[in-house]
Design a protein around this ligand. Structure first.
Ligand code: AMP
Length: 371
């Protein structure tokens, strides 16, 4: 067992980032008698409404960060683009879980793919582009079709350009502002999946069933559980999650997005896409269909509470509610077996994640504790 003392009920978890993930973490913490203090720069942060306290300040406001640290017992984050300088400052005052390492790796697509490949996890072919001089070598290493992605700050397909045979790599790099990029082979996948694991301070890792994920315009639309993938594919996915979490000495939930490639003979292989050192959209169904949600698992892990293997009691499909669809809330609210979660966002924008619904389906009786 880890020597660090458990963060007890009544203590305060500091959450960096005020989006829906922070909101759901705060709700899970409240259920365990823990308090939360959310730090975010945006005025309309949906997590503010459900936290015990909040600080609205910029990421480089060192005085506000120090005051925040003084008022919390442990710090976590709900998105991986928290500036590392802010995290480093906080880490001098309070434990930050997951640590700076997971964050540094996950913030940079090149570092993250290099890290995964170094652990024997299959990735698409990839090459780093930092200068004009890197372009020719990258073009040789990664045949087209390929995807050019900014190394940092890309999400939901933002900061990405698809390159087809005949397209000009230099021109695409110009389009992305000549910032450090990763050129990565296009994966002709049969479907996408993810794995969510939670790792405690004592090194115990628990895993959720693997969701199969459907994206629309690069944004997650639906997660299906069970995935319908071959059992050995799911086992491999969990192994990938465990390997990454263990190698990073991660504490908390870690989500890994994977491409499933199907060979002509039906066998499936998994190709690493990216990871998030935090709770993840493709795990929202755990709140309605499991005896411990990903949010609770994360809170338990960072507070040094015991983790036990979560069990799924229903099959389910989680669907994101995007933009103006939120106006349909009454329709979902009226449907039995549909667990509705709205994020309380005041402003509707095209494609904005406004909430999600988890449609519970009869389970086929499978007991799915993974560890
Ligand atoms: P990302 O932001 O890297 O997760 O990319 C968003 C989505 O773009 C993924 O979920 C895939 O649907 C698609 N995508 C990204 N990279 C690739 C790739 N190398 N090959 C095929 N599709 C990709």
């Amino acid at each position: 067992m880890s020597k660090a003392k458990a963060v007890p009920p009544g203590a305060v978890i500091g959450i960096l980032g005020g989006g829906q993930l922070g909101r759901m973490l705060a709700l899970a913490a409240a259920r365990l008698g823990l308090r939360t203090h959310v730090y975010a720069p945006e005025e309309d942060s949906p997590a503010f409404a459900v936290a015990h306290a909040h600080t609205r300040a910029a990421w480089d406001d060192t005085a506000a960060l120090s005051r925040f640290a003084e008022n919390v017992d442990v710090v976590t984050y709900e998105f991986e683009n928290v500036p590392l300088q802010a995290v480093a400052l906080l880490a001098r005052m309070r434990p930050v879980r997951p640590g700076e390492r997971a964050l540094a790796v996950a913030q940079d697509r090149w570092r993250e793919k290099t890290f995964a490949a170094g652990l024997g996890i299959t990735t698409p072919p990839f090459a780093n582009i930092e200068t004009e001089g890197d372009l020719a070598a990258a073009a040789r290493a990664v045949p087209l079709p390929a995807v050019l992605k900014t190394r940092r700050f890309g999400y939901d397909g933002k900061g990405q350009v698809m390159l087809r045979p005949g397209d000009d790599l230099a021109m695409a790099w110009n389009t992305l502002g000549r910032v450090p990029c990763l050129l990565e082979g296009f994966v002709d996948f049969a479907c996408e999946a993810s794995v969510l694991v939670a790792r405690g301070m004592d090194g115990v890792v628990v895993a959720y069933d693997v969701p199969r994920n459907e994206h629309e315009r690069h944004v997650l639309r639906r997660s299906h559980v069970p995935s319908g993938l071959a059992p050995r594919t799911e086992l491999r996915a969990v192994e990938i999650g465990r390997t990454l979490a263990g190698s990073l000495d991660h504490v908390g939930v870690l989500a890994v997005e994977l491409f499933v490639v199907r060979q002509a003979d039906g066998t499936e292989t998994l190709v690493f896409n990216e990871m998030a050192p935090r709770v993840h959209n493709s795990g929202h169904w755990t709140e309605a269909a499991c005896d411990m949600s990903q949010f609770e698992a994360h809170v338990r892990a960072i507070c040094g509470w015991p983790l036990w293997p979560p069990e799924r009691h229903h099959d389910c499909v989680m669907t994101n509610i995007l933009g103006h669809e939120a106006k349909e809330w009454m329709r979902w609210a009226a449907e039995p077996g549909v667990v509705l979660h709205l994020y309380g966002k005041g402003t509707i924008r095209e494609g904005r994640k406004m909430g999600h619904v988890t449609r519970l389906l009869p389970s086929h009786g499978a007991k799915t504790r993974q560890a």
